[in-house]
Design a protein around this ligand. Structure first.
Ligand code: NAD
Length: 429
């Protein structure tokens, strides 16, 4: 683990580099642009070639879709305890989504016109569920189930299958329970391009949701315009900010859980307390010894973890606001006061007992959150992103008469006579 103290040489340079901009490198940009272009030009043929190349799976126009028989087989295979966990998560995701959906409203403006907003669900959306390293069963709930709660009728899911053409049964079950109406066994940038642009057999969607690796995220970025997107949710990150009130065993457990996401994930720990750090190090070793993937996790911790001994908590929170971590675990005394100072974090877990993993799987808010610094401008998936918003203006003659003089001024300074006339003709009718 890389440990830097606030008075070490190199500390300020390291902290400045935490101010990230979520922009792709040239290689990534070009790789993805080529995939998107091929799918645009050649549709399924290109999708099948990339699936064969990257996922070692040969698909056809029939086998690219998960069949009803496969869904039934998956449902029969999934254990009841998994079904219960999916139901528990869906219950929380749905009630959180219902609370955060936007409601229609109307009001009256200063000239007496009725103004308002109307929200309707999108008709057809796409969700991407990663499948490269692990079958992210919970991601089905954290994307599709939110659209389902909002009332989206048509949800196309894309997830890569293994070389045997199979998708994990628990993931298939969770997708179906979360309202997916069609599932394609395609991953990576080619899946995003197929959903956004359509192919001979895939009807295009209106908006794409969901996390993925750097190819997936970059494809979403490049396809804005053809579709809208939720956000840029890439490789997972956590920043733990803690003081002596933190339980070192809990901090260590969260750092290990984060490292389990793999080599492209980011694990950060900022504390003004050197004694806490020493206790966390001891706990890390103790807990690592009990984990089945200890060697793998140790490699991630060695390569991708940074620990900062900050001057004080204020500095740790300032670093968080610049870094914009996907997850922030905040375990400090006087937590509400410090919480108020955090401006940029995808999701904040407050206190010793708020395990990030509960948010990953169950709590209710989507675990699909902005990474790579994109949290400075994006938020995590929300229910209202599945709603199309339209503004409404309704006027009577009195309100058009009251509006006329102001409209006439704008029309005059902008040189748009016909605009002015379209109001006067009504006001003077
Ligand atoms: P993935 O499904 O995103 O990517 C696998 C696909 O990448 C493959 O199907 C393949 O087609 C494509 N691919 C692989 N190598 C390629 C190459 N060299 N060139 C072009 N395409 C290639 O699965 P993953 O790789 O396991 O990544 C999932 C990511 O999602 C992880 O980094 C995880 O941390 C992240 N995630 C983020 C959030 C969030 O909210 N931010 C939530 C869940 C998961």
């Amino acid at each position: 683990m890389k440990v830097l103290r606030f008075d070490d040489a190199g500390y300020s340079d390291f902290v400045s580099e935490l101010d990230r901009q979520a922009m792709p490198g040239t290689d990534l940009y070009e790789t993805v642009a080529a995939i998107v272009n091929e799918v645009k030009q050649r549709g399924n043929q290109a999708v099948f070639e990339y699936t064969s190349k990257f996922d070692k799976l040969d698909l056809t126009e029939e086998t690219m879709f998960v069949s009803e028989a496969e869904l039934a087989e998956a449902e029969a295979q999934v254990e009841d305890s998994v079904k219960e966990a999916v139901a528990a998560s869906k219950r929380n995701v749905h009630s959180f989504a219902k609370l955060s959906m936007r409601q229609d409203w109307t009001s009256t403006n200063a000239e007496g016109a009725q103004v308002g907003e109307r929200f309707v669900p999108y008709d057809r959306v796409g969700v991407y569920v990663p499948g490269g390293k692990a079958p992210l069963v919970s991601t089905a709930l954290m994307t599709a189930a939110i659209g389902q709660a909002v009332g989206v009728k048509d949800i196309l899911a894309a997830t890569p299958a293994g070389p045997d053409g199979k998708v994990n049964p628990s993931l298939l079950y969770a997708l179906k329970e979360s309202g997916a109406t069609q599932i394609i066994k395609v991953g990576g940038a080619q899946a995003i391009a197929a959903m956004a642009l359509g192919t001979q057999t895939v009807k295009p969607v209106e908006k794409i949701f969901g996390p993925g690796n750097s190819f997936v995220v970059e494809a979403k970025r490049q396809l804005v315009g053809a579709v809208s997107i939720d956000l840029l949710p890439g490789p997972s990150e956590v920043l733990v900010i803690a003081d002596d009130s933190a339980n070192p065993a809990f901090v260590a457990a969260d750092l290990l859980a984060q490292a389990e996401h793999g080599g492209d994930s980011v694990v950060g720990f900022a504390t003004p307390s050197e004694s806490l750090l020493e206790k966390v190090k001891v706990e890390l070793e103790k807990q690592l010894a009990q984990l089945s993937r200890a060697d793998y996790i140790r490699q991630v911790l060695d390569a991708g973890t940074f620990v900062l001994i900050t001057k004080d908590l204020e500095e740790a929170v300032n670093i968080c606001n610049v870094f914009a971590p996907e997850h922030l675990s905040l375990i400090v005394e006087n937590e509400d006061a410090w919480l108020d100072k955090v401006k940029t974090a995808g999701a904040i877990y407050v206190g010793n007992y708020a395990a990030v993993a509960v948010g990953d799987f169950l709590a209710g808010p989507s675990h699909t959150l902005p990474t790579g610094g994109s949290g400075k401008s994006f938020s995590g998936i929300r229910a209202d992103q599945f709603q199309r918003r339209t503004s409404i203006v309704r006027m009577d003659k009195a309100s058009v008469q009251k509006s006329e003089k102001y409209v006439a001024e704008f029309a005059r300074v902008e040189g748009l006579d016909a605009h002015g006339a379209s109001v006067s003709i009504r006001a003077n009718s």
